[in-house]
Structure formats: structure tokens, C-alpha cells
Design a protein around this ligand. Sequence first.
Ligand code: APR
Length: 266
Amino acid sequence: MDFLLSHQDLIASKYAIASTGAGISTESGIPDFRGPAGIWTKDPGAEKRAYQSYEKFRKNPKEYWKERLSGPSLLGDLSKVMPNPGHYALAELERIGILKWIITQNVDNLHQRGGSQKVLDYHGNAFKLRCVSCHTRYDPNTFDLERLNREDQLPPLCQKCQGAIKSDVVHFNEPIPSDVAERSLEEAAQCDLMLICGTSAVVYPFANLPRVAKRRQLEKGMGIILIEINAEPTPLTEQKISDYLIQGKTGQVLPQIVEKVKRIGT
Ligand code: APR
């Protein structure tokens, strides 16, 4: 029943946003973290090591970089994967003027490659570097990383403030860059509909965003609809933060919703 209503909720919304997690990219071939075939599910040791990454950078940025330049990425070669129908469906919702922003935990850049323009990379973007002092972001090609490595000149230094540069990817225990954190909170506080797609909603502070939106409903008496689209129930479902869960694959559910929105018209 709920599934039939979601397109009507979207059409009636004035300011819809989406918050997404690794689940929206599994149909592109990128494993999630906590699902049945998730990276942490299959290798809990990998999660423990991931908790060390930020400390490693702070203690020894040069060592962090040498390790990063020598080994494969945790998520594999992201340049070879393609957006899937779930990414394209959200981009279409933006194109027709319903979806105002996507706040994603994913670092794979697939929302942008799927055509979405308004994307907040809450956990950073694997295709960017970032200065940890002034948050300036760089295209990795700005620096000749192999030469810096050969000449023992790592880490790359910010061209604006000489701060140390790391991957834009936000590691566990690393603060969310303040520009993205503040903008995400603003969007969560002003939306009247949030599509929550493909996330287990257990990692903070991201998992707070639906709660911020829900509080807006309670404190200001403003209507808001939180719709989860996920393969399984999450704490947002169990704690009734989301109004309803459409249990299924985002790559199948989202295109069907967008199809209904376009058929009924905005
Ligand atoms: N369609 C819908 N849901 C899916 C699909 C799919 N095709 N594939 C997986 N899922 C669901 C899983 O069942 C799970 O509930 O998506 C959710 C993914 O949860 P996680 O693997 O925990 O990913 P995420 O919520 O994005 O993790 C948050 O944790 O490790 C950190 O920084 C990492 O950004 C990540 C953060």
C-alpha cells in the first residue's frame, strides 16, 4: 500500500531531498558494508583497520600516503563501475524539479555520474583530495603523487595554506568537513520529504539527519514524510523515525516510483 503512495507524497512535496548509503550502489557492483555480502560483514578485521586510518594520517601523513599509493582501494577500482537505475531515478527526480538535494554517504561519485547536480558528499569523494586545514578540495591530478613519493616529498601540501592534504574520503573518527556538515543539517531541517535509500542508518552523525528532519515536524508542527527504501528494516524503521519502509532494491523501486510520478505529472 505504502509503495503506491510514495509517488503521491513526492508530487505533493515542496522540498524533497534524498539521503543515501552504500545500498544504492550495490547494483553497480560495489559491495556495501553491513549487508549480507558486506565488506565489514565478510571481514570484521577490515572494519577495525579502517578505524585506524585517520589516526595513522594524523601521526604520520607520509606513511598514510605510501600505504595508500601502494595498495588497492577498499572498494576496488571505482573508475570502472557505472551508475545504476537507482542513481538515474534520483537524477530524474532532480531534473523534474522535485528532488532538491542528495546527501550521500557514498564516496563513489555515482550520483554525479548518474546526472545529479546537487550532491553533498557527506563522507567525501574518492575522486578528490582535501586539505585537512582549510578544506580546499583538489583533483588528484593537481599533484604528481608518484614523483612526490619517489622524491620523499609526501604528503602533498595545500596550495592555499600549506596544510597537509589527504583523500577527501572521511575516515572513521575524522570530523565531517564543516562545509558539508552544516549544509546537510540545513537541508535536513528544511525538507518536507526525505527519501532514505540504501543505508543501515547506524553510522553517526549521518544517521542523525533523518532525526533532525523528524524533530522539525514535532517542534514546528510542520508536515514531513520520511520514506525508507531499503533491503531490510533499520533502526529508523524500528524507532518509527521513518513513516514507512518500502522493502526492496533501490535499483528497482526508485525507477517505478519515478515512472508513477511522471505518469501522474507534477
Ligand atoms: N537496495 C536497497 N537496499 C540495499 C541494497 C539495494 N540494492 N543493497 C544493500 N542494501 C541495504 C543493506 O541491506 C543495508 O541495510 O543497504 C544498507 C547498507 O548499509 P551499510 O552497508 O551499513 O552502508 P551505509 O549505511 O552506507 O554505511 C554507512 O559506514 O562504513 C561506513 O563510511 C562507511 O559510509 C559508510 C557508512
